[in-house]
Design a protein around this ligand. Structure first.
Ligand SMILES: [Zn+2]
Length: 200
């Protein structure tokens, strides 16, 4: 069956979401058209608002609606202690653990040259600049234990060593790299307290 052009366009648009194939996209489109016009309009407004209004924090690269995110602009957070994470969901996991009082640096990915993700795509030039500025005393690495996570961790270690900044890594045994959301707060707090010096 061929859809009307606008319906087809809506279905196609939904397929950009992770885990949404053509069938689910079609169900979503029909659900909104059949009985959710107001919700659909709210969805469209929310998408417009977020796409135009959400940028990256200039300090940590997490999503922000101002130059600095709420964590980076909070004077109670220790600017000398910076936790390196792969994704914004990792930040949420640490925040929910209630254990961490430092700041973050969010890579928004991990090094993966074959996919065209190099140091620049992860903002590692920004991190290098921050390390040189001298305010950071310790970096805590919480990138994943996959090949990409390890490569990223070693790249960051080199940057930190060049700048004379000490590096530790959270205790192993928790899945990392976008998966910290599945770790309970107590486990994550323990992994943070059990962090070890990280060396090449
Ligand atoms: Zn920030």
């Amino acid at each position: 069956m061929k859809h009307a052009p606008l319906v087809e366009q809506l279905i196609q648009a939904f397929t950009c979401l992770p885990g949404v194939g053509p069938r689910s996209a079609q169900r979503m489109a029909y659900a909104l058209l059949d009985r959710g016009r107001d919700e659909g309009r709210r969805l469209a407004d929310a998408l417009h608002g977020a796409m135009d209004g959400v940028e990256h924090c200039q300090r940590c690269r997490n999503y922000a609606e101002a130059e600095l995110c709420p964590i980076c602009s909070d004077p109670r957070r220790e600017p000398g202690l910076v936790c390196i994470v792969s994704s914004p969901t990792d930040v949420l996991a640490f925040e929910q653990s209630g254990e961490f009082r430092g700041q973050y640096f969010v890579l928004m990915g991990e090094l993966s040259p074959l996919d065209g993700i190099g140091p620049r795509e992860l903002g590692l030039d920004v991190l290098e600049q921050r390390l040189r500025e001298g305010q950071i005393q310790e970096l805590i690495l919480a990138t994943g234990t996959t090949v990409e996570g390890e490569a990223t961790a070693h790249y960051v270690l080199d940057l930190a060593q060049d700048a004379g900044v000490s590096v530790s890594r959270i205790a192993q045994g928790v899945p990392m790299g976008g998966d910290l959301e599945f770790v309970d707060g107590a486990t994550l707090a323990q992994a943070l307290r059990g962090r070890r010096p990280f060396q090449s």
